[in-house]
Design a protein around this ligand. Structure first.
Ligand code: ACO
Length: 329
């Protein structure tokens, strides 16, 4: 059975912080951030705004645009590394209640910034197996809530946001559908991108191991950068090769929006231009699991994406994880 993305939606918080504003509170500059990352600003949650608030707004758009009754949704999958609560309850259950869906399956996926790519493949497989016919997949993160705002190595990189998609069986004769996915992991790099404390390894009540900064994102930027360039290059090559396609067949690539230099370096290694890459990092920064669906929503809304276009999503993130989806829009 062909499983398609029937509709999309996205939401970012109203509050927007430019590089110049950030440079007032931490030792950095617009010039450094732009030249090292391509980022110009980021949208950040208000104090009383949490992950599910963003997720619900993106989901409502996707539901309205699919033209379905929300009660038709049989499963909600939320990909996030920064849920409303640590561990439980899952953000997907909060979203289910907030959307007013009386009964459906709901669970979260933890794959860092690759979360949406993972969740899409899980959702597709569930629809294809017949276990759920309509699935709401959300990629959402509010990394601003777990950022050490005194650490210039990380605080300039991230923004908050949510993106949602409705998955359904494609009708007979319809071209749209998810064709293939690659899901990968390399746990040997786990320490390079980590929120160290608050889990069972470093429980929050252990004063010897837990400082406030350990509850925030810690990152070895150079290691993550090298990993990201390598896996982006390999993912694009592998998924095209195993589907007997060349880059010429692809209409759009939506890469995880972490750093423009990562995208440029991967494209350089592949010997391809950036014309087919949809990039919005300048406005939103790295919104983690939300970056691909936010970009997809923007591309779909721009009128540039046509039904039947061949689309490629490529992502990487904490874990370390990586993954790609190949689909016809
Ligand atoms: N402003 C000014 N200077 C800075 C800043 C800043 N915001 N951040 C770092 N610097 C300084 C460093 O201290 C260093 O100074 P030093 O030479 O005196 O020590 C200098 O700039 C160069 O640092 P590098 O780490 O070599 O800079 P690099 O060119 O590698 O860029 C960056 C750093 C942007 C973090 C890059 O390595 C990167 O993008 N890595 C990938 C990060 C990423 O994508 N993370 C998200 C993963 S997805 C997820 O799951 C959340």
């Amino acid at each position: 059975m062909r499983v398609k993305i029937a509709s999309v939606g996205a939401y970012v918080p109203e509050k927007r912080i430019s590089n110049e504003e950030l440079a007032k509170s931490v030792e950095t500059s617009d010039e450094w951030i732009r030249s090292h990352t391509g980022i110009g600003s980021r949208h950040i949650c208000a104090k009383d705004e949490a992950t599910s608030d963003l997720a619900v707004k993106a989901a409502e758009q996707a539901i309205a645009s699919a033209g379905i009754d929300k009660q038709e949704i049989e499963t909600i999958i939320v990909a996030s590394a920064s849920g409303d609560f640590v561990g439980f309850p899952s953000t997907s259950c909060i979203v289910q209640e907030r959307l007013g869906i009386t009964s459906c399956g709901a669970f979260d996926v933890a794959a860092g910034c690759t979360g949406f790519v993972y969740a899409l493949e899980i959702g597709k497989s569930m629809v294809a197996s017949g276990s759920s016919s309509t699935i709401l997949v959300i990629g959402v993160d509010t990394l601003s809530k777990i950022t050490n705002w005194e650490d210039r190595n990380t605080c300039v990189l991230f923004g908050d946001g949510a993106g949602a998609a409705i998955l359904m069986p494609a009708s007979d004769g319809e071209k749209s559908g998810i064709i293939d996915s690659i899901l990968g992991s390399d746990g040997s790099g786990a320490e390079y991108l980590m929120r160290k404390a608050g889990g069972s390894r470093y429980p929050i009540d252990d004063p010897k191991t837990v400082e406030k900064k350990d509850l925030c994102i810690a990152m070895d930027g150079r290691k993550v950068y090298n990993f990201a360039v390598r896996v982006n290059t390999e993912l694009i090559t592998s998924i095209l090769e195993r589907n007997k396609l060349s880059f010429e067949n692809v209409d759009w690539v939506i890469p995880h929006q972490a750093n423009i230099r990562i995208i440029q370096a991967a494209a350089g290694r592949l010997g391809i231009g950036l014309e087919k890459f949809f990039i919005n990092i300048e406005e939103y920064a790295n919104t983690s699991a939300a970056s691909i669906p936010i970009a997809l929503n923007q591309l779909a809304g721009s009128g540039k994406l046509k039904r039947g276009d061949l689309l490629l999503f490529v992502g990487f993130g904490a874990g370390l994880t990586y993954g790609a989806n190949l689909l016809r829009w």
